[in-house]
Design a protein around this ligand. Sequence first.
Ligand SMILES: NC(=O)c1ccc[n+]([C@@H]2O[C@H](COP(=O)([O-])OP(=O)(O)OC[C@H]3O[C@@H](n4cnc5c(N)ncnc54)[C@H](OP(=O)(O)O)[C@@H]3O)[C@@H](O)[C@H]2O)c1
Length: 266
Amino acid sequence: MSDSTITPTGLRGKRAVVTGGTRGIGLAIVRRLAAQGAAVVTSARKETDDLPDSVRLVTADLSTREGVAHLADTALGILGGVDIVVNNAGGASGGGMPHLEGYASLSDEAWTEAFMTNCLAAVRLDRALLPSMIEQRSGVVIEIASTVARRPAGALLHYGAAKAALVNYAKGLATEVAPYDVRVNTVLPGLVRTPAMDLVARHITGATGEDGDAAVHMMVQAEGAPLPGTTEPEDVADLVSFLVSDRAARITGTTHVIDGGALPQV
Ligand SMILES: NC(=O)c1ccc[n+]([C@@H]2O[C@H](COP(=O)([O-])OP(=O)(O)OC[C@H]3O[C@@H](n4cnc5c(N)ncnc54)[C@H](OP(=O)(O)O)[C@@H]3O)[C@@H](O)[C@H]2O)c1
């Protein structure tokens, strides 16, 4: 039976790979897993000073086969194995910027970049890291998708379709690896206050300076969440830290929406 106690060090001894951990949601997840005692390797294309001292950063472009292979090989070398994989890299900075003119303005290149970073990067990293989890008969994978996967938006067809593919893939993968006690779950955030969200708000409205904050506020209002306030990166990190823990030992093949209640469908 798993330990059901909530402790600040509940992930001690776990080895985690979190992609896109230098900003926003990924950084919050990295901080939370490290604070709970996990050994964490993260990745991004650019360096940052914001990571906890214990966390190792691998610079790699995950939209490429070579970038994902470099991360997988380096992480396995550093950690000696892996218990937790969080595929988070992507979003606006990973080919998911809105194309305001709609479907006709989405080129092959835009579709390809969105799929490479928001779907194929996760598929490739899972393929590289799952064998060690299967061999040890334990592990957990989290795919960070988006509520756009369930609520297509004209300016984000490429990004939404890539995230929808990720959700579908994760469900099938969960069934395939469950006999080895490896779990796979998907998290669908709505709007989360991150650097990427600021970028998108300014891109959509052309706002600069303090007007950018007003643009973010407008986007949050337009999303229509019945709960007051906004979803913060730390809220998503809370959900992820639960899903990767032994307290979620019976949860696999599920999708978890975290959007203040905005998504209308059942
Ligand atoms: N913020 C939201 O409202 C929201 C809503 C729903 C879903 N999400 C999802 O949540 C995840 C994180 O979003 P965020 O808002 O936190 O984004 P963010 O602030 O832009 O951070 C994205 C992270 O991913 C890395 N990254 C992006 N493209 C990469 C690439 N090609 N190769 C390697 N690393 C890459 C970035 O580092 P570098 O730029 O240095 O590479 C950064 O560390 C994404 O998957 C996004 O789709 C976000």
